[in-house]
Write a protein that binds this ligand. Structure first.
Ligand SMILES: [Zn+2]
Length: 59
């Protein structure tokens, strides 16, 4: 029962599961860190979501 590496889809290696190699493991970590840095500091998106969330067509 071997799941494919989520980074490159190669068969995962038991030593680096669920990744195929340490390189892919590091890549996944860097990707998460990159997204984590990008997430904060976007108040405009929150305002837009709030506006969309309000029910406008209630009579
Ligand atoms: Zn891989």
């Amino acid at each position: 029962m071997t799941q494919p590496c989520p980074i490159c889809a190669a068969p995962a290696h038991p030593d680096h599961a669920p990744f195929c190699s340490r390189g892919c493991k590091d890549r996944d970590l860097l990707r998460w860190l990159g997204e984590g840095y990008r997430l904060p500091g976007r108040p405009i998106d929150d305002e837009m979501l709030e506006g969309l969330d309000k029910p406008r067509d209630t009579a």
